[in-house]
Design a protein around this ligand. Structure first.
Ligand code: PMP
Length: 396
């Protein structure tokens, strides 16, 4: 019956994680997977979330199904967090709770594929691998626009803008509002202004994917391109994830928002989102929604959580500074300042795949084959060793 099923080669990053777990070296370091660990190398339970969890347990509510669109107070709280003072009126915003950011991408992709036949999505080159998997899985053709410039280890802004400016009206273009995964390279505010202007001028449909809000500058700054699209009345899709910024990876909690500038359209969009959910998994799980809604719905707890996000952001930035300065001491003829211009949990190191292999095999330091590291996996106990071993492979 199943003999025609080929074996699954495995997800490259998750397979590295399994290999890391089997590695018996006590000084091994995992910089491959996108998980934030604190200064002690531990995935934190945020104190605000711990308080919320106690309140949720205390309430002891029955485990009834949530509606297809998710938990009401959660959806309202998320809309407020995302849009702030630019919160569109309910008749302009369709928002559904999703299974993490991945679930938001999938529900959005399915909706687009149903109503805009033979869709194509333009993705940055490079992008998070699963963008390709999710959109192709939903029937999209995937194309690329220039993004990373290996020469400057920065953004190929001219190439990016020129490509976006050549796309046909209605083309779907995926944009990372901040903390680009995998490179850590983001456009500046001035560059975003031009990008959003071109998106508007050409009548494109942006799909913003926001998995790291608050990890670049701040919760409000990092979503600027999305809020600018609201101000310019550009319709868009927005997927957001609370996996990292609430440290709620396994709860699978996120949201999909669709901004509908034309009055009256949001109700139908929401209806079709509900139908998409119904056909996929019927309704979302409850616990993550209750935790996030409890934190965001309580001014004091919400302020505490904002502080916790800031603490994570600052810790990762400190690690960038330490890694760059220790690399500079070890390899003085090379410039590592590009590491300081990157944002968020990830960064391209410029290491080749052969150098990444050596780092892993000889030293037990795990990075992704593209040279991506998760800076949030560094801490004061491992950064010196990571810098030393990286310097070793860079010297050849
Ligand atoms: N988009 C991007 C750019 C990501 O980096 C990630 C997480 N690695 C996701 C979406 C998916 O987030 P989640 O784990 O919440 O599904």
């Amino acid at each position: 019956m199943f003999s025609h099923l080929p074996p699954y080669a495995g997800d490259p990053i998750l397979s590295l994680m399994e290999q890391f777990q089997r590695d018996e070296r006590s000084n091994k370091v995992n910089l491959s997977i996108g998980i934030y660990t604190d200064g002690k190398g531990v995935v934190p339970v945020l104190p605000s979330v711990r308080t919320a969890a106690a309140a949720v347990a205390q309430a002891d509510a029955p485990y009834v199904y949530l509606p297809m669109e998710g938990h009401g107070a959660y959806r309202q709280a998320v809309a407020k967090l995302l849009f702030g003072a630019d919160l569109p009126a309910p008749e302009h915003l369709a928002i559904v709770q999703t299974l993490g950011g991945s679930g938001a991408l999938k529900v959005g992709a399915d909706l687009i594929a149903r109503f805009f036949p033979q869709p194509t999505i333009w993705l940055p080159d490079p992008t998070w691998d699963n963008h390709i998997g999710i959109f192709e899985g939903a029937g999209f053709k995937t194309e690329r626009y220039p993004y990373y410039d290996a020469q400057t280890k920065g953004l190929n802004f001219e190439g990016m803008l020129a490509k976006i400016d050549s796309l046909p009206r209605g083309a779907v273009v995926l944009l990372h509002p901040c903390c680009h995964n995998p490179t850590g390279v983001d456009p500046t505010r001035a560059q975003w202004e031009q990008i959003v202007e071109v998106v508007e001028k050409r009548g494109l449909l942006p799909f913003f994917d926001l998995a790291y809000q608050g990890f670049a500058e701040s919760l409000d700054e990092d979503i600027w391109p999305v809020r600018e699209a609201v101000r310019r009345q550009i319709p868009f899709f927005l997927s957001n994830s609370f996996s990292k910024i609430f440290s709620l990876y396994s709860e699978r909690i996120g949201a999909l928002s669709v901004f509908c500038p034309q009055a009256g359209q949001a109700a139908n969009v929401l209806g079709q989102l509900k139908l998409t959910v119904r056909r996929n998994y019927s309704s979302p799980p409850r616990n993550g929604a209750l935790l996030v809604a409890h934190v965001l719905g309580d001014d004091k707890l919400a302020a505490q959580w904002r502080g916790e996000v800031e603490e994570m952001r600052v810790r990762v930035r400190d690690m960038r500074v330490k890694l760059a300065s220790q690399l500079k001491s070890a390899v003085p003829d090379q410039d590592f300042s590009f590491l300081l211009r990157q944002n968020g949990m990830f960064g391209y190191t410029g290491l080749s795949s052969a150098q990444v292999d050596r780092l892993r095999e000889e030293f037990g330091v795990y990075a992704v084959g593209t040279g991506r590291i998760c800076v949030a996996g560094l801490n004061d106990s491992n950064v010196a060793r990571v810098a030393e071993t990286m310097a070793e492979v860079l010297r050849g």
